[in-house]
Design a protein around this ligand. Structure first.
Ligand code: VGL
Ligand code: ZN
Length: 203
């Protein structure tokens, strides 16, 4: 079985959103076009409580882009984004959410961030995604969405470590690029660690 993992295609990561990704909305038609070609379509939502400690606003005198130690892990501080049940956390308009079989929420623990769709950043808790995929006998996963240099990257790396045949849909992702080359570097790292790079039109 093959699964499409649609990562964090949410209003806050699209142009005009709180943590906007340049051309982030360009991944919506790519995701929609692929959904019918998969046995399982799983979408993740970054889903933070308002007191989440990845938000710079929750630390006095800190601002987005700074790096702190958060419970022993290095944490980039972000603008307030994807707060549970608020507008910015909704799926981006136009995404065919009726074709999504399962939604995985991540980043719900205020004390730890969660980039990967599988585990939090300390690999302390699982989201249930790996168990779901194993139960459905999924062996190949195709990953797309936002953002290439954070949540997509860590989802791909965890999928590889878990033994899934893992594809990155290169035209279905865009990056935050805090540093201009971050997306390029992330794609290189995913590829070096075993991800297969594929364009949506070749699937
Ligand atoms: C993400 C930063 C913070 C992402 C989520 O979806 O890539 N990036 N939270
Ligand atoms: Zn987040």
């Amino acid at each position: 079985m093959r699964a499409l993992l649609v990562i964090d295609i949410q209003i806050d990561f699209c142009p005009g959103g709180a943590l906007e990704v340049k051309e982030g909305d360009a991944v919506i038609p790519v995701a929609n076009m692929l959904m019918d070609q998969f046995d399982w379509v799983i979408a993740t939502q970054d889903w933070h409580p308002a007191n989440h400690k990845s938000f710079a606003a929750n630390h006095p005198w800190r601002y987005p882009g700074q790096v702190i130690d958060l419970n022993g892990l290095s944490q980039i501080l972000w603008p307030i984004h994807c707060v549970q049940d608020r507008f910015g956390a909704e799926f981006a308009p136009g995404l065919h959410t009726e074709k999504v079989d399962k939604i995985i929420y991540k980043g719900t623990d205020p004390e730890i961030d969660s980039y990967s769709g599988f585990y939090d950043n300390g690999h302390r808790q699982s989201t249930g995604l790996a168990d779901f995929l194993k139960e459905k006998e999924v062996t190949s996963v195709y990953v797309l969405g936002l953002a290439a240099d954070y949540c997509v990257k860590y989802t791909v790396l965890d999928a590889l470590a878990l033994g899934f045949k893992t594809y990155l849909v290169t035209d279905g992702t865009r990056g935050v690029n805090l540093e201009p080359q971050d997306t390029e570097r992330a794609i290189k790292e995913m590829s070096e660690k075993g991800a297969i790079l594929v364009e949506s039109t070749d699937i």
